[in-house]
Design a protein around this ligand. Sequence first.
Ligand SMILES: Cc1ncc(COP(=O)(O)O)c(C=O)c1O
Length: 391
Amino acid sequence: MTDMFDTTERLKKLPPYLFARIDKIKQEEIKKGRKLTALGIGDPDLPTPQFVIDRLTAAAKRPANHQYPSYWGMIEFRKAVARWYQSRFNVEINPESEVLSLIGSKEGIAHIPLAFVNPGEAVLVPDPGYPVYSAATHFVGGVPLTFALREKNGFLPDFAELEALVKKGPRARLLFLNYPNNPTSASASIEFFKEVVAFAKKHQIIVCHDNAYSEIFYDGKKQPSFLEAPGAKDVGCEFHSLSKTFNMTGWRVGFVVGHAKIIDGLAQVKTNIDSGIFNAVQEAGIEALDRYEPFCTELRAIYQKRRDVLIPALQKSGLACKLPDATFYAWARLPEGKKSEDFVLDLIRTKGIVSTPGNGFGAAGEGYVRFTLCSDIAILKQVAEQLQASL
Ligand SMILES: Cc1ncc(COP(=O)(O)O)c(C=O)c1O
């Protein structure tokens, strides 16, 4: 007899949940009474700024905000995005046609293949990378073609490898990129984005650049927008999130900007799936974007102090880990032959420190471990002391 609860082939195509074993070990340690230090999840520990909360509170009281929001997002929100793009990146965006509000950038990333990828068509996906890129591809019956981000290339893709994938595989429709990068913490330059534009034009592939971490940078090293590269808007779009920039992961608000046809395609999908974002949350988003400074400078200073405690400690403990220029991640290479998952489980059992195994982000992440800076500096100092004792 058929199983009425049998899930779809597309769900079955998702990789096994790697974190299940880690969760089990975590639970075992907690039962033993151990207090664990969470350096696994990229979720800011700091609160949303008060001025954003105040705006939400006021906006929530207005009856006009209690009705269905617009599918594209409030025009005032889209104008705030355009203002922010102009002031932050010197990029001009038409708020009417080149911006779409998202229920967090994850939502837009997960839905864009529905607009542009037919069953059997391909999507170029970085490995290691944010798992949603390939999951979203599977959901539309597409084929994720993974390309490796290697340390020797500064965790940037090798264009020769991309060319070979495009020639060999089914027609590639989208290319996902993400710099500053999760999980490797690598950065990209405008020069690199220019090469991406040339590649996308040559092969007629839409570039989906995920810029969720653009504002978490250090030592004044401002991170670029993909759209700063000449011609980028002709071939692509950029996903942004208020999640990391303003400690707003719980609020679910982000946006995508780019070529009007890309924005329109995604808007058509969303019109049939969701009904937009609560206007009060978008009003709060306007407040955040308009008051980006000095808040973000102060936020970066906090992460930078944390970075300067954790990364040297990881290095001293025998892990190869570069001081990141951006993101709140440390991407540490394990000694030769050591497996990511074994290392993570050992670290939980011996020191109660939770990190994320690199292979959870793809096969090329094997041999690496990701730590986050989303913990108070006092906790990170303790971790540093614990790591002094040999691993
Ligand atoms: C690379 C990357 N992109 C996108 C997201 C999604 O962020 P949100 O949906 O909160 O905007 C995350 C979240 O961790 C991420 O790491």
